[in-house]
Write a new protein. Structure first.
Length: 460
């Protein structure tokens, strides 16, 4: 507001009042018939692309059918049918790289089987600072053991507890997770599904820090490991996105085929990353995503170049089968030495050394053309497996196990067999653990003797 003389001039956003206060009116927009008209700016309707594209049924999932069947089989046995009449809680650990469809698979299958999901969300720390209430670990234990009430919109009594977020204290001190899991195992009312994303930093990889091999065997935790989205499944998911884009021409345009191919090759199995890039490429009024051409030297294939998105933020990490090819079929440089970045190769699989060495054990013999070389390589593989079994709690030793296995195979493969061989998955060996149900009284005195005061067991 500004005072001129004895009058105040107020700010007005109305066109008519603005002209009366001495301000020039907004110029009129000429219409097609020659008359001036003030046309309002058209509003674009809201459109949630990712929500419309979210899978609703099992055929919409861009996940391997075998992994879907494994998750559905576990839900049928432990939630729907409950064939195992053990009084203890059932646990399932689902791990895999980001964007592999872990969470959406659980949601779609639970909807199909009419199973309710109760998900844990980390509470805000501000509540504790203001109210001085219970910390996150205490709330986490109460949620796992006392979440017995169903929602008002529930359709039945079948329910699972989903945990994708873990309290931050478990990252700093993973030993605190053991008592929590033990109390939930004996006092839990519903099955619990833990979802962990594999990372290439072993310090924050929860599937290995919190769920070691001993913990999985002790509490009978079922494990399902997801792989990255395959290119064929990613193509079908982007085809669904294209159908959604075609139905809304006022908001989107159809990206070119070269852009879609570049998105698939650069996403490296991350479906979320691919869908985000497709969304940006399909926005109306935007230019095509910048791509770069990479030439492949020394290859005999017909396609000697590949296209990738230049602005993709995802690192081009080695895939499992790509890394197996590097190890099982080593290449020599011009100086006769192995042409491979060993540091990068080993760091890629420090989070899942058991899976990587299992693939090596299953497939290495087909790539050796000399029996002496195969014997020396097997000794190194056995030594690496000894590191993994005997020193499982030492995360710094896991790097040495992979180093011994990788270098042992690549160095001793002097007479390699250069032909196509099908990669087979490792043979699963089920560990049989005797069912030793400890009475509550014995368990209480055991905790007293070992000074485990926070076990949660009290004699009545």
């Amino acid at each position: 507001m500004k005072k001129t003389g004895n009058k105040w001039l107020g700010l007005s956003l109305d066109l008519e009042n603005g002209a009366q206060n001495g301000h020039p009116p907004k110029p009129a927009i000429p219409s097609k018939n020659g008359t001036s008209d003030l046309s309002p700016v058209p509003k674009k309707r809201s459109f949630n692309f990712h929500q419309r594209l979210a899978p609703k049924t099992v055929p919409d999932l861009a996940v391997h059918s075998k992994k879907i069947a494994e998750v559905e089989h576990w839900l049928q046995n432990n939630v729907c049918d409950n064939k195992n009449n053990s009084p203890n809680a059932k646990f399932l650990l689902i791990s895999g790289p980001p964007g592999s469809g872990k969470s959406i698979t659980i949601q779609v299958l639970c909807k199909k089987l009419s199973i309710d999901i109760t998900e844990w969300v980390n509470p805000l720390d501000q509540d504790f600072e203001v109210c001085r209430g219970a910390n996150q670990v205490t709330r986490f234990v109460e949620f796992l053991t006392e979440s017995k009430w169903n929602s008002l919109f529930s359709t039945g009594n079948k329910k699972v507890i989903l945990v994708e977020e873990f309290p931050n204290t478990f990252l700093r001190n993973c030993d605190e997770f053991g008592p929590v899991l033990e109390e939930c195992y004996y006092k839990g009312n519903y099955p619990v599904i833990f979802v962990c994303t594999d990372t290439f930093d072993n310090k924050i990889n929860l599937s290995e820090k919190l769920f070691s091999e001993d913990v999985r065997v002790k509490y009978k935790i079922a494990t399902i490991s997801f792989n990255g989205c395959a290119p064929t499944l990613m193509k079908s998911a982007l085809k669904r996105a294209q159908n959604l884009v075609q139905g809304n021409p006022d908001l989107f345009k159809i990206p070119s085929q070269s852009t879609v191919t570049a998105i698939i090759s650069t996403a490296m199995g991350d479906l979320k990353c691919a869908l985000n890039q497709y969304y940006f490429a399909a926005l109306l009024g935007t230019s095509d995503l910048p791509t770069i051409q990479t030439q492949k030297s020394g290859t005999k294939r017909k396609r000697d170049s590949s296209t990738s998105i230049q602005i993709m933020s995802r690192d081009e990490n080695l895939g499992l089968f790509h890394a197996l090819g590097r190890v099982l079929n080593p290449k020599l440089g011009e100086n006769g030495r192995l042409a491979c970045d060993f540091d990068r190769l080993v760091n890629e699989f420090t989070t899942q050394p058991g899976l990587f060495t299992g693939f090596l054990f299953e497939n290495y013999l087909k790539y050796f053309g000399d029996l002496v070389d195969a014997s020396q390589a097997s000794e190194n593989l056995s030594l690496g497996q000894t590191f993994l079994e005997k020193l499982v709690d030492r995360h710094d030793i896991l790097d040495y196990a992979i180093w011994v296995s990788v270098l042992g195979l690549m160095v001793h493969n002097g007479h390699k067999v250069s032909r196509w061989n099908q990669i087979k998955g490792p043979t699963k060996v089920q560990k049989v653990v005797p069912n030793r149900e400890v009475p509550v009284t014995d368990l209480y005195y055991y905790n007293v003797i070992n000074n485990k005061t926070n076990s949660g067991f009290v004699l009545s």
